[in-house]
Ligand binder design. Sequence first.
Ligand code: PGA
Length: 238
Amino acid sequence: MDVKISESHEAMSYHAASQVAAYVRARESALICFAGGDTPLRTYQILIEMQKKGRVNLKDSYYVSLDEWVGLGYADKGSCQQMMRDGFYSPAGISESHICLFDGLSGDMSEECEKVEAFIRRFGGIGLAILGIGMNGHIGFNEPNGSDREGCFVIELHEVTKRVGQKYFPNGVPLSKGITIGYKTLEKADEVIYVAGGEKKNEIVKLILNSQPNPEVPATMLKNHHNICFYLSGMSFI
Ligand code: PGA
């Protein structure tokens, strides 16, 4: 487990983006899993800037979504799909055939799970995953004491996830379930990147760094991954 501490969110994002760029450069077509959320957005912008300068080509890689709020779709500002399309896939010029996203509005969630699982299988697994860390230690919607199934699943959201998740939706939306790639599938990625920053994440990050893997704090479950790096900023306890 590698831990890289940066002095600012900007520097942290630059370091995380550099790792992604190196991974993408080394492969003709990589399968990347990018988390939505506030923390990794700057990393994605830096990748787009790198592409504009000719330092990386993001368009030959493939992308799978990590999660989505059940009942929300692209038209809902703050949904994972809206954040990732507007924040990365569109400005990076990624073609639709290179993207597989959960549709939170689908009437058949098991079909959504199968769709994303089949996409991941096509590439023999995820190559690199960037994951944010929730205030309750969740990754994607792998919730505290949630499912440890392989593949994708729908899950009842933890109280903290429902409460904190409202920050993406200024007008308020009912949040009850999520659809996600499970950590058992994420842990098979070649490289895992965690990004976390700011005073509010200090307590949970400290807990994760100091705990043995346990399902109560899902982010700990990938701690023993053979190639995992925590990119952190604003951690006053370190
Ligand atoms: P955040 O979300 O990056 O917006 O803090 C992290 C998460 O809940 O996964």
